[in-house]
Design a protein around this ligand. Sequence first.
Ligand SMILES: Nc1nc2c(ncn2[C@@H]2O[C@H](COP(=O)(O)OP(=O)(O)OP(=O)(O)O)[C@@H](O)[C@H]2O)c(=O)[nH]1
Length: 638
Amino acid sequence: MTVNIAELAKEFDLVPGTVYGVLNELGIEHDGVSFEVDDETLELVREGAKERAGSKEIELRPNATPRDVSLGLDVPQQEVQKRLLTKLKTMATLTTALKLDVLEKLVAEFGYTVKIGEPATPKPKTDSRTNGKAGGLQARPPVVTIMGHVDHGKTSLLDYIRKANVAAKEAGGITQHIGAYQVELPEGKITFLDTPGHAAFTAMRARGANVTDIAILVVAADDGVMPTTKEAIQHAKNANVPMIVAVNKIDRPDANPDRVLQQLPEFGVIPEAYGGQTITVNVSAITGEGVPSLLEMILLQAEVMDLKADPKGEVTGTVVEAKMEKGRGPVATVLVQTGTLKVGDAIVVGSTFGRIKAMADYLGQKITEAGPSVPVELLGLSDVPGAGDRVQWVKDERAAREIAETRATEIRAKTIFQASRGMTRSGLLTKLNAEGLKQLNLIIKADVQGSVEAVKGMLEKLKNEEVETKIVLSGVGTITESDILLANASDAIVVGFNVKPEGGARKEAEKQNVEIRTYQIIYELIEDIESALKGMLEPKFEEQYLGTAEIRVRFQFSRKGIIAGSYVTDGKLTRNAKCRVRRGKDLVYDGQIGTLKHLKDDVREVTMGMECGLTFNDWTDFQEGDIVEAYEMVQINA
Ligand SMILES: Nc1nc2c(ncn2[C@@H]2O[C@H](COP(=O)(O)OP(=O)(O)OP(=O)(O)O)[C@@H](O)[C@H]2O)c(=O)[nH]1
């Protein structure tokens, strides 16, 4: 029978690690989670466990890892890693073998002592608490994007990592620029998206593609936090992507990494050194100092995030980059996200499709299949897809063509709809309402920091019972293309105070149908946004009384029309007004006035004391003496 160690331990008020000691003593193999025994031996194990009541000693195999400690003490893996990092200042992934002194201190952190057990327990086969069902989820490499201010060293860092970890290793390996690459470390792989900068990141997200797991924020130690740094922070936060800060250029004589750490909290990024959650690493993209720790930290963060995908599951992926190449046709780099993509597969990518003719990895080497987090360059599509387009596996090329054609039609229809809708706020609001969103997202750009703060402060206060504002990004400077991309990704309106959009931004806004509103007077801005908020309310209507008339005579006007000759006794009646007709106490009609005539002329309205001829929509059954009561519906929260 199979016995779960954690459950057995609980029965005796022990932790699993103490039970490991019993098992080792009896020479019973276990994988950290469970063991196989017959009833008789189980009794011996139970006796052993009972004898250890109150024991605070656990027994681990030689070269135990943080994962073993987590299982042995029955504490979450994250907690173990946190203690390692914060208390012991030790970086280790879940599968790093820990030295005895580190192990002792780590276990002591939880109030236990450790003994290294002989015979060694076999390497854990599975960790039943984190693995999915058979053949299911498996750990996958993290996908990383590098962001940061111009010249802070994004490209240099990507190049250094690539050279140090990829090219040298492969015989004559010359990395190809395919938009992404992978590095392989003893502790695991990392996939880097090769287009630095948050514009690409946001452009992908605008298409609904969230491929990045971890963002590396590069900040030059000699320059500190700059406007684009701040923007990158907001983009990462907005996408809910955890950040690791790489404080770069520490080889420079004027480098001041501490100053960078001091600046970060101001932008909502609290470094671990200050008791926060954000990992920071000092690096130099030139000398390579600190880069290995940065990579370790990425893997560590990935472990904590527990990134998983099923290589045997449904195939999904996202286009990272695509182009038309002479002689090769459409070439697309796809990042596989789940499942395994194979040569010969039929796929639909956005509104294009095809059968995969060939695939190559970032070294330009031909491959036949690619699993989760693997970037591949593929040939065989009928057209060039867009970055951010999703990849979908289909059973054959014919089905692929059909789906792609339907999508293309849908996209055309949508474009026409959007074009006719124009860049109006009401359009955006309709969209928001349709999606049931009750939040007006705003991006604020202004000429000076003072105005940014003022506008922000006032807008943040604006809200009503149903809708509130959310400031997605705010900053000093013109409205840029990247603002538009973010606005599109986050369904926001871009508000400029004393600033104008750049040419490129305006074009992009038109293309993406993002609304830009610029102001010179702060009150106009506030009023406008306030009315936008009102516009987002569910429209509420109220009946408003217009007037009453009495039907005095029923006469045939033409062969078709029967007219109610009436006299307005109160208020007014208007053409097309809603109305009710009463006969004594009975309601005989509830509808709308059709035509309205005074003498022989069609009129818009008749007022008290006037005679008129009325018709009703779809109703001619009136009689002399009927009372017509007219009203209209007015929106009360407009
Ligand atoms: N001393 C030193 N110089 C660096 C380091 N990293 C980058 N640089 C230099 O800084 C300059 C800008 O580096 P890039 O890698 O091009 O910066 P980037 O962030 O990619 O810049 P953009 O692509 O223009 O946004 C180059 O001259 C690099 O050689 C570093 O760690 N130390």
